[in-house]
Each structure stands twice: as C-alpha cells, then as structure tokens.
Ligand binder design. Structure first.
Ligand code: 1PR
Length: 535
C-alpha cells in the first residue's frame, strides 16, 4: 500500500462524504476505503471526515474496533487529517448527546455554541483564521476565509494549547485546527472552502517533511456575510431540465408562446458561479411538488455533476416530503433527502412540507418527530436542513386585524395601509395557508431547521431590492441563520439588507443569470461598504 497518489478514507457510513471524495479526486489522488481496523493501520495517509452526531459516531467507531485502530495510528504519528467532527472526536468528550467520551487523544471538551445571548447557531459560513502555529497544512490559508458549519466546538485550554494551530472567534474563541507532528485536524471544511480549501487539502495529500511552513498569525475575521446564487430548475416544454427565472413566481414568457424561460443549463451555471466567487449554490426543483422526486433522476444527475466541479456548499430543494408513488410504494422524505445527500448535496431545503409541519405543530403544540423536517434534521443534523419560505405580503390597517405578526411597513399599501403580514404559501405560491412567515420561522426553528431561506413572492424577479421589513422581522425572530432572497437588482441592495437586518446571507438569481451584475461586483461593493465577505 505505498502508492503515493492514494489516500485512505475513513467513511463510517453516517452521511455524505461525497464532497470530500470529489475534492480528493479533483486534486488527482485516488481513494482507498477503510473496511476494517487493519485498513486504518495499513494506511499511508488517512483522511477522516466526521459526519453525523458525536455519540453515534463514537458508537460505530467503538463497536467496529476502529476507535482503537485510530488511537494506535495516531499514537504512531502517521499522517492523519480529521475534518469537522473528525477534529472533535479526537478530544476527551463532547456535550453533544452526552457527555460522551471521544477518542481522548487531545485533552479538552467539545461544547455547543451558546445561542442564549442571541448568537446565531449553527455557525454557518466563512471566517478567516488566526494561525497560532507554523504548519505546512495551513500554507496559503493566511488571511483567506474557510467554510464552517457546526453547532459544537472544541474549547482551547492550557491543557491542549500545544495542539492548537489556529483559532477562530464565534461568540467565543474556539479551536479551528490542531497540528502535532503528522496529526492534523480542522473544524472547517476544506472540501467546501473553494480554492483555499483545495490548497489546504493538497498540502496534506502531497505533504513532505521539507515543505515550507506558513508563519503564524493574523487576526481571525468576523463571520463573513454570504452571497448565494440560486438556480430555479424545472423541465421546459421540450422536457429539458433548464434553469428558469420567474417574475413573482411566474416563469413563463409573456409572449404568446408562454414558454418556460430558459436561462441556461444547471451544471454549467453552477460551475460558472463557483468560479465567479459564489459562497454557495442552491438548486430549487420548483415543480418538485408535482413530480416524484426519486424518479427525478435528472436532478440527482445535476447534483452529481455539479458536486464534481463546485467546491462550495450545495443546497437542493423541491419535493422533499413523504410520498406514495403510482405503484403504491411508499417513500419517506428521509429516503428522498438521503438520495440528495448521496448525490452531493450538503443541505436540503424543504418548502411546502415544512409549512404543513409548522401548522400542525402550532395547532397541537406537540412535536410528533414524524415530519420530514424533524426526521431529516435528527439524522443529518439541523445544519443540513434549510426551510424555504414563500410568503406574500398582505396589507392591513392595524395589527389587530389579523392573528399574525405584522410589521409597520416602510411604504404604505395601495389603500394607505400602514401594516402588513406575510402569508405563507405552498406549491410554489399556488396555495395560500393560514400562517405567517414570522410564525412559520419560529415553529420550524423549534422543529429542527438549521437555516431559513426567506423568499418574498412580491419582490421575486422585480429587481427593486429585498423586502427589508420582512427580512428584519424574521431575522430578529430566530437564532438560526436567515438567507434574504428575492428582489436583488443592484449591488446596493446587498449592502442595504446587511446593514438594516440580521440576515446572514443574501441570495439572488435573475441578476446573475442575465449577467447584469457579476458576483465579484457584489463582493467588491460589500467590501467598500465595510461588510466582511470572502473574496
Ligand atoms: O415546496 O418543498 O417542493 O419546494 C419548492 C421550492 O421551489 C421552494 O423552495 C420554492 O421557493 C421554490 N419555488 C417554487 N416555485 C417557484 C417559482 O418561482 N415559480 N422558486 C419557486 C422560488 C424564489 C427564489 C428566487 C429568488 C431570487 N424562487 O428561488 O431565486 O426569489 O430571485 P431574484 O433574485 O431573481 O429576485 P417544495
């Protein structure tokens, strides 16, 4: 087993490590999978991408004998790279599902970020590191942002100080990487950190002991605001899967042909946006409520191909719900989501089904644990579950007129109304439901959503800016990240939404598809406006 271009991967089957595989292959390396503890000990170079929850990961590692093999491999100072949970598992214990004992290689504990003081948890997004130790691994990372997604973090202490190679700040200082001899681990995701992440991974894969080391230091950055490119995907009338874009959710041309607008091919556009500097790419299968998603092979193929070229997070939504097909076979939403994760999605997004789940929860006050949202979040973690809200503005004269949270609007309604509530819809805006965006957001946070994608039907495709009233109301109501969506028409709209609201990210579609505003122009404008972004 001495092929210098082959790396051993420890995938214990708890989730999607496709992105790590894709990144390793992209860098020109082959992969050998661990099947037994002996494979660990025989490895020349081992990558350990931790996925899932701490407790279940330790259960698997202990019961298969891999925990002991890992300890021994590390004890022998063999080349090791842990990623995310693969860093946390090295510590003594974690609060997650616990306390649960870890591998006990590094002294210290893993704790949850404290959202009680309004800190947004999970910590999702891009930070630059404070490098505290000379390492070859982080060469090229100095001053560059890398991508994190986690709710738990390893705490620095006197006992583990020697291990730490970088720290980062989010609410508290936490350990973003460790390095000791040949043992390396990172809390961020190099496989999802764009060119910077790929170069870190390459530093590990092609490491030799004479390699140059990055000199320490540079201040850790604040969490960067994210700019997300969104691709609304559906079949056109010829049956081709196309990226389309609507006006207030109407995606058909206003000419007599009434064709579904075609703005390009999903994989081509996604790859372009990655190269252009998008911090994330989202695919929404906008007719998913009609089609049977597991039969929707083109969308899975889109993900498979996109994840080979796009090394930032990918989200996919549309049609995630329990389903009985024409032959009477039942598929759970969890199976549907798993298929998406296996195909390369980092997060899935639920629209209609989350509205029904929230309505039921608010009516009964009971969490059944059976909704798609709860099930997927329990298995894959809430950081992997986005809820997409499609609300429509409804003006009222007074907050007392409706049993939903209203806002005093910045510009009055058509009959001089001073207030509005935001009514949720399902099936791509086709049906309105008796629940507001505010109520929905709070309910889905409770049910396990890790992030909210906040659209606005009134603003979609209009290019007049985000609905600041709506984004402010929702981003103040929850402690999970909110992605502002719908209405971006100019770079100023991005700085406006970040200056006036608590949004963690801003998403746009039309301006990028029509090449009116490049992603780079958005980023440069945000830098000028003093907003932290990844360049
Ligand atoms: O209900 O779980 O099957 O999910 C369906 C998903 O498809 C939801 O996330 C829903 O938002 C989305 N969707 C359904 N119909 C449409 C449509 O446009 N007819 N698209 C649709 C949602 C909104 C954004 C858009 C932004 C930015 N499109 O995705 O990209 O508004 O646009 P802009 O920058 O051009 O203004 P389910």
């Amino acid at each position: 087993s001495s092929d210098a271009n082959t790396v051993t991967l420890l995938d214990y089957g708890a989730g999607n490590v496709r992105s790590v595989r894709n990144a390793i292959r992209h860098l020109g390396f082959g992969i050998r999978d661990v099947r037994s503890p002996e494979d660990i000990l025989a490895a020349d170079r081992l990558v350990f991408p931790g996925v899932g929850a701490f407790g279940s990961a330790m259960d698997v590692l202990n019961s298969t004998g891999m925990a002991d093999a890992l300890r021994e491999y590390i004890q022998r100072d063999r080349p090791f790279l842990g990623i995310c949970l693969g860093l946390q598992l090295l510590f003594d214990s974690s609060e997650e599902n616990g306390p649960v004992s870890g591998l006990g290689v590094i002294p210290g504990v893993v704790r949850r970020f404290d959202s009680s003081k309004g800190l947004i948890v999970p910590h999702i997004g891009w930070n630059a590191l404070e490098i505290t130790k000379d390492t070859q691994l982080l060469q090229g990372a100095d001053g560059h942002h890398v991508y994190f997604v986690h709710s738990y973090h390893a705490l620095p202490s006197d006992a583990n100080r020697d291990w730490i190679s970088s720290i980062c700040n989010y609410g508290d200082s936490f350990i973003s990487s460790i390095s000791m001899g040949n043992i390396q681990a990172v809390q961020f995701h190099p496989e999802k950190s764009g060119a910077t992440g790929l170069s870190i991974l390459k530093n590990f894969l092609s490491a030799n002991s004479s390699g140059a080391k990055v000199p320490a230091r540079r201040k850790a950055s604040k969490l960067a605001k994210r700019v997300i490119a969104c691709l609304d995907v559906r079949s056109n009338d010829n049956g081709d899967l196309v990226v389309t874009k609507g006006d207030q959710y109407d995606v058909r041309d206003h000419t007599s042909s009434k064709e579904v607008r075609n703005l390009g091919k999903p994989v081509d556009l996604a790859s372009q946006y990655y190269i252009d500097g998008a911090d994330e790419v989202s695919f929404l299968n906008i007719t998913g409520f009609r089609d049977f998603p597991l039969g929707d092979l083109p969308m899975l193929e889109v993900l498979r191909c996109a994840s080979e070229k796009v090394f930032v997070p990918l989200t996919v939504g549309g049609g995630i719900r329990d389903f009985t097909d024409a032959n009477g076979r039942y598929y759970s939403s969890l199976e549907v989501a798993s298929e998406y994760f296996r195909s390369g999605a980092d997060k899935i997004s639920i629209g209609s089904d989350a509205v029904y789940a929230a309505e039921a929860f608010l009516q009964t006050g009971v969490k059944t644990g059976k909704s798609s949202l709860e099930q997927i979040s329990r298995v894959y973690g809430n950081q992997a579950v986005v809820v997409s809200i499609d609300p429509r503005r409804v003006y009222v004269n007074s907050p007392e007129d409706v049993p939903f949270k209203t806002v005093k609007v910045s510009s009055k309604g058509p009959s001089g109304e001073e207030y509005a509530w935001y009514q949720c819809t399902v099936s791509g805006g086709r049906d309105s439901r008796p629940i507001g965006a505010y109520e929905l957001a709070k309910a889905v946070e409770e049910l396990g959503a890790g992030e909210i994608l906040l659209n606005c039907i009134d603003c979609d495709g209009q290019g007049c800016g985000f609905d600041i009233d709506l984004v402010q109301m929702v981003s103040d109501a929850v402690t999970i990240p909110v992605i502002a969506s719908s209405g971006a028409g100019a770079v100023e709209h991005f700085s406006e939404v970040f200056e006036k609201t608590n949004a963690s990210a801003a998403l746009a579609a039309g301006i990028f598809h029509r090449k009116e505003v490049p992603i780079l122009a958005v980023k440069e404008h945000l830098v000028d406006a003093g907003v932290e972004v990844r360049m």
